[in-house]
Design a protein around this ligand. Structure first.
Ligand code: GLN
Length: 489
């Protein structure tokens, strides 16, 4: 193996080599740095990298730990002390984090080296990274297309072998949808499984950090490092540690897998439908029992999400006022002018749209019509899942209704973009866990070959089961082994 081959390794493969001292953390970082220099001008996954900081960490890395010496890319809405944390917003253009998010502390405790901050839609609002004020990330499978969003930089970095693994955040699909569009694995953990401390809040009742990886085993390894209660986040769950790798290799015979009849809906690309149907047949051939179920309230999920997520965002983003953080306008006339102009100059159009929507749904006179109604329907959606998980062990659906789209294609139509999350949003509203993994390739009419993602949804805290099911699928299909043409050298 030459240094040029190192970036293509999985986390598990790399860690085994590091542990055997066949390669040093420094050599790994150097090889990764070269790979990034070679392909990132085309992909645009990273917003910043600090090789010197990473090399310093590499000197101290304990390669006997589970992630010892493994570099991990971090979405740029997660704080890493001393590094920029822009949220891809002009309002945080000059901000540097003063402390580590708990997920960073935990990764470092497992031996990982945070290396590089990745692009996202501004404040994680979007599905394509086109809302980033710092440029679009492109899909390694077709550089005219987007990598999805909002964790598009993290997904593209992993898919293009510019990262061994990455962290993203998922409020309505932002880990799973970009994972699907770039042919990798992404998990949204159960709400409370992973601490949100130090992650820039978008919609606090929905946000969860999740890993993006090249395969299911790496996802499980990352989850072992990331999970656990945190006194700094009162919504985190204090539970005994779970070994997310424990069930890998157990077969799926006798498991009951549900398909919701609401999921065969108009607007789903025929290629996506074909591949998801084939995946369902594949699970049947592995001995799983396929059960048709119904989730009647999920029809309202996108509408409910855009009331609740914008309401919470309007409150969370109030802190960006030009005084405490980030961009401050020049020569304000008075305090109000300072607030108004700092925010007008600092936020991009999608973030403004969400603040305005959220402020509207919370305003007196409309609060009951929108916000409290949405809360009630959210509870009904949650109960749909509780009921269905009495009948099945997991649910199968597409992750995204469409494969990667061309940059610019959906940008002018926010509603079309919002519908990209139709299959991912329900898991956030219900607080359950959901895994996306590759299930084949769509052939487009213009000759592109694009990865498609399968979503597995599980009951709260059943991540290990989802990983077991995903692993059985992955090992028997091998879709995850395919790499984008960009990766061939
Ligand atoms: N695409 C969704 C949105 O724009 C979800 C984003 C996310 O999960 N952060 O809100």
């Amino acid at each position: 193996m030459t240094p040029r081959d190192l970036p293509a390794l999985t986390v598990a493969e790399l860690q085994a080599m590091l542990r055997r001292r066949e390669v040093s953390p420094r050599e790994v970082l150097t090889a990764l740095h070269e790979r990034i220099a070679e392909v990132d001008p085309r992909v645009g996954a990273y917003l910043s990298r600090d090789l010197r900081d990473a090399l310093r960490r590499a000197e101290r890395a304990d390669v006997s730990l589970s992630l010892g010496g493994v570099p991990v890319a971090i979405k740029d809405n997660i704080n890493v002390a001393g590094q920029p944390c822009t949220c891809a917003s002009k309002i945080l253009g000059n901000y540097r984090a003063t402390y580590d998010a708990t997920v960073i502390t935990k990764l470092v405790a497992a031996g990982a080296i945070p290396f590089g901050k990745t692009n996202l839609d501004e404040f994680a609002m979007g599905s394509s990274t086109e809302n980033s004020s710092l440029g679009t990330t492109f899909n390694p499978w077709d550089l005219q297309r987007v990598a999805g969003g909002s964790s598009g930089g993290s997904a593209a970095a992993v898919a293009a072998d510019e990262a061994f693994a990455a962290l993203g955040s998922d409020t309505g699909g932002s880990v799973r949808q970009p994972a699907a569009l770039t042919g990798i694995v992404g998990l949204k953990p159960t709400y409370g499984r992973v601490s949100r401390f130090g992650v820039t809040a978008f919609a606090s009742s929905l946000d969860q950090v999740g890993p993006l990886t090249k395969n299911v085993r790496d996802c499980a390894l990352m989850m072992n490092a990331l999970s656990g209660g945190d006194v700094q986040d009162s919504t985190s769950l204090h539970l005994p540690a779970t070994d997310h790798t424990a069930q890998l290799g157990h077969d799926v015979r006798g498991l009951r897998l549900g398909i919701a009849k609401e999921h065969s809906r108009p607007g789903v690309d025929p290629e996506v439908q074909r591949l998801v149907r084939a995946a369902v047949d594949h699970f049947a051939s592995l001995g799983a029992e396929i059960v048709e179920v119904s989730l009647p309230q999920t029809e309202y999920a996108v509408a409910v999400y855009y009331v609740l997520a914008t309401a919470e965002a309007s409150a969370n983003l109030a802190r960006f006022d030009g005084i405490r953080y980030g961009h401050r306008t020049g020569n304000p006339r008075d305090l109000l002018d300072l607030y108004q102009r700092s925010r007008a100059e600092g936020f991009g159009p999608e973030v403004k749209r969400r603040i305005i929507l959220g402020t509207y749904v919370l305003s007196s006179g409309y609060y009951d019509a929108y916000y409290s109604t949405a809360l009630k329907i959210r509870e009904l959606i949650r109960r749909d899942f509780v009921r269905v998980f009495e009948q099945v062990d997991a649910l199968i659906s597409p992750t995204s209704p469409i494969p990667a789209f061309k940059a610019g294609d959906l940008g002018s139509d926010p509603l079309q973009m919002y519908l990209a999350d139709i299959f991912t949003i329900p898991a956030n509203l219900a607080g359950i866990c959901a895994l996306s993994l590759p299930c084949g390739f769509a052939e487009t009419s213009d000759g592109a070959r694009l990865p498609v993602g399968l979503q597995l949804l599980g009951r709260a805290l059943d991540e290990a089961r989802l990983l077991q099911i995903g692993y059985a699928y992955e090992q028997s299909t091998g879709w995850h082994m395919q790499r984008p043409p960009l990766a061939h050298r």
